[in-house]
Design a protein around this ligand. Structure first.
Ligand SMILES: [Zn+2]
Length: 304
């Protein structure tokens, strides 16, 4: 694995149901780029072999993942990769990872987990034949592991979405093929929305960081992707799958975890996500202030 160079990682951070699957797939249409949705789950889902890959096969029957895990350096260390994921990838670790508050034993484990993770990303890039990978694991802890312990070049897109729209989405059951996502009450979603977004903001101290509103991206997705390509040096000058301002061609790909929209392919119209009024939404004073700082609830917001 050492002979292959490290891929650049475009990392999408944010709260769930903020639209990361569609943003991830749009970036993944750029030349020399592949997207995989929530990459922190890859080893876990591959070992469980229950949910389908977005190509339709079970993970252990998918030719792409079989080739990735044919690598001996990975296949003999799947258990260690999975225990690293369980121990360090959760959002609760973000601040500790950011500040480096770990003793020698955790630091040794994190370095080992980082080395194995770097090997996994190099192997995925090699099998996919790309130099840039899009990872929408969303948890800021994952971005820190990739940067600090795997030693990868990470560009962080912090995706925010109107909290009222996020809560509506979490309250709805959403299923497709064999993906079933949980539903959450509005107040619990607002609390998580605020904490997760604040933790994502802290990533600006560790990696190149850009914040993007989902509503602005879906209003002009081709333009949004152009801005991202201009921002990440490894993406500059690369073509992409957009055929008009709102229409993009998605090729089948290999995602083991993400929104059920990951099963969609062909020419897809990106639908504009409208913002929502914050009045009578049940947001606390603090949550509303944060939403306002992201540009929501202002007089010009609802058209955006
Ligand atoms: Zn597959």
């Amino acid at each position: 694995m050492q002979s292959v160079t490290n891929p650049t990682v475009v990392f999408i951070a944010g709260e769930g149901r903020s639209g990361s699957t569609v943003l991830d797939r749009c970036i993944g249409t750029a030349e020399g780029v592949a997207s995989f949705n929530e990459m922190h789950e890859i080893v876990h889902q591959y070992r469980r072999n229950r949910k389908r890959c977005s190509c339709g096969d079970l993970p252990q029957d998918c030719a792409f993942w079989r080739e990735v895990f044919a690598d001996e350096g990975l296949s003999t260390n799947l258990g260690e990769l999975e225990s690293g994921f369980e121990r360090y990838d959760g959002s609760r670790n973000a601040i500790r990872l950011l500040l480096g508050f770990y003793g020698p034993e955790d630091r040794r484990r994190l370095r080992r987990y980082g080395d194995l993770t770097a090997g996994l990303y190099r192997r995925i890039a090699e099998v996919a034949g790309v130099s840039v990978i899009v990872d929408s694991s969303k948890n800021p802890s994952r971005a820190l592991i990739l940067k600090r312990y795997a030693g990868l070049e990470v560009w962080c897109l912090h995706l925010v979405r109107n909290p009222v729209a996020v809560a509506e989405s979490w309250a709805r059951a959403k299923s497709g093929m064999d993906d079933n996502l949980p539903t959450y009450e509005r107040a619990a979603t607002y609390t998580r929305w605020a904490l997760k977004n604040l933790a994502c903001e802290a990533l600006r101290f560790a990696v190149p960081y850009k914040r993007m509103r989902f509503e602005a991206f879906t209003a002009a997705p081709r333009k949004g992707l152009s801005e991202i390509k201009a921002w990440v040096p490894a993406l500059r000058g690369r073509g992409d799958g957009f055929e008009s301002e709102q229409e993009v061609r998605f090729e089948p790909f290999h995602s083991l975890q993400g929104n059920p929209d990951r099963f969609e392919s062909g020419l897809v119209e990106i639908r504009r996500s409208r913002s929502r009024p914050l009045a009578d939404s049940g947001l606390s004073w603090f949550q509303r202030g944060l939403a306002s700082r992201y540009g929501y609830g202002r007089s010009d917001d609802l058209s955006g």
